[in-house]
Write a new protein. Structure first.
Length: 456
């Protein structure tokens, strides 16, 4: 199949007004995690209106559309739940606004804009007749990502039985192609103590004071170097072949792991008493070579945890919040690291489509302040990079080894930020690239690329 990239881009440009209206409609519907019903139904209606061959809402509440009938599935995923907002916005986050260049409102970049581009990218494919005969295009508008990244794909893969040949995440990528990101997990540390009257603390065993020592050790774990003489070696050690011989190069690309205290709780009979328990929540970002087992163990081995080991419990949080449909699909709060080589077939398909459609030298945008990441002068485009934050790819590739790659409208810096905006040109460019990728990929890979599915 000969691919006319200029024609694809022209067709995508023709749908800018429709994509703008669609995105503004989505923004106007509140859709925080587990409350996405309204926006899911709006997306399903749009899929039906533009001519998807099949549209469904699964029991978890994900809207899934299909075009084509081939056995090889290429999926385009975008979560459509959003985080909330504070009073630091300059305009109504749901009403938003638009100019000739941008669309403003909660969810514009993170991440309903990606679904607008994916739906219309699929329409362009159908309009131009460029869906390869043996391919089905699958567009997934997924729920609960902000609460529990990748839970939706655990359901789609395990319960619905869908296994794409590869998945394109439409999370914002600053117009780069992203081939991985760090994983994460949510760790809980419980410290037990004994309460007593605050007038004589010596009669009790203060859990908060003991936990303060653990907190200092956690700070050191995050900030220390990895010198031989350093007692608590910092997480930077995983960038060193000495400590991470099999994965240090990937770790250098993804970036070092981090850990921080994100929440602290306590129990005490009163403000005039010694605390009898204290609990920490830890946000742990994992680089290549780190596992949930190793992350839990390194907390257990901290000097303060060893000192109070009879009173300390280190565990992983569990997610059990019901979806908007009422379905409770439980999982541990572990979201694996994933990474691809730059020459992996699916990554190369996006890169080749980008070069054929947009070129390799001229930037797509004249506004140097529009994006959080800047290209290096003289560097050939596209910029192949990684996300800082986490995405549903923690399940598609991290858990199941389904090859995944990112290219999406918007900027990472807009995610969870006040006064969030999306660029109209981004919607067009992404829809065009999505429309061109399947034919480009199949031309280079006429036979299905077989991979070993796993289930971590």
């Amino acid at each position: 199949m000969s691919v006319d990239y200029a024609k694809i881009l022209e067709a995508a440009k023709g749908y800018e007004k429709e994509m703008t209206k669609f995105l503004r409609d989505m923004i106007a519907i509140p859709s925080e995690s587990c409350e996405e019903e309204g926006v899911i139904r709006r997306i399903a209606a749009e899929m039906e209106a533009v001519g998807f061959d099949k549209v469904m809402i699964d029991p978890e509440g994900n809207a899934i559309g299909f075009m084509g009938t081939g056995s090889r599935i290429i999926a385009f995923d975008g979560h459509i739940d959003t985080v909330g907002f504070r009073d630091n916005w300059e305009f109504d986050p749901y009403e938003g606004y638009e100019t000739d260049k941008v669309i403003a409102g909660r969810g514009g970049s993170d991440q309903e804009g990606g679904i607008a581009s994916a739906v219309y990218g699929a329409k362009v494919m159908k309009d131009l007749g460029i869906i390869p005969e043996d391919v089905t295009i699958m567009v997934t508008a997924t729920v609960q990502e902000e609460d529990c990244d990748g839970l939706c794909w655990q359901y789609i893969h395990r319960e619905e039985g869908y296994t794409p040949e590869f998945v394109v995440s439409t999370e914002p990528t600053d117009s780069g192609i992203y081939r991985g990101h760090r994983g994460r997990m949510e760790i809980r540390v419980d410290m037990h103590g004994i309460s007593c009257h605050g007038s004589d603390p010596s009669r009790g065993d203060n859990a908060i004071i003991k936990m303060s020592e653990v907190i200092q050790d956690i700070r050191d774990l995050n900030e220390n170097d990895a010198a031989d003489e350093t007692e608590i070696k910092g997480l930077v050690k995983m960038l060193d072949a000495k400590y991470n011989p099999d994965h240090y190069e990937d770790a250098q690309f993804l970036g070092r792991g981090t850990v921080t205290v994100s929440q602290i709780y306590f129990t005490s009979p009163s403000r005039c008493a010694v605390a009898d328990s204290c609990t920490l929540s830890l946000d742990r970002r994992m680089t290549a070579g780190e596992t949930w087992q190793s992350c839990l163990e390194e907390i257990r081995q901290l000097p303060a945890c060893q000192k109070y080991k009879d009173d300390v419990t280190v565990s992983m949080y569990h997610y059990d919040r019901p979806a908007w449909t009422g379905l409770k699909y439980e999982t541990e709060c572990y979201f694996p690291t994933w990474i691809n080589k730059e020459d992996a077939p699916h990554v190369k398909a996006l890169s080749d489509t980008y070069k054929a459609m947009f070129g390799t030298e001229d930037r797509l945008y004249a506004d140097e302040t529009a994006y959080s990441k800047r290209y290096v002068d003289g560097k050939s485009l596209p910029l192949v990079d990684k996300w800082t934050f986490s995405t549903n790819c923690v399940s598609t590739q991290g858990r199941f080894n389904i090859p995944s790659v990112g290219f999406g409208p918007g900027a990472e810096s807009q995610a969870h930020a006040p006064n969030e905006i999306q660029w109209k040109q981004d919607l067009v460019n992404c829809a065009a690239l999505y429309a061109g990728v399947p034919a480009t990929y199949v031309e280079a890979n006429p036979e299905a690329v077989v991979f070993e599915v796993q289930d971590n």
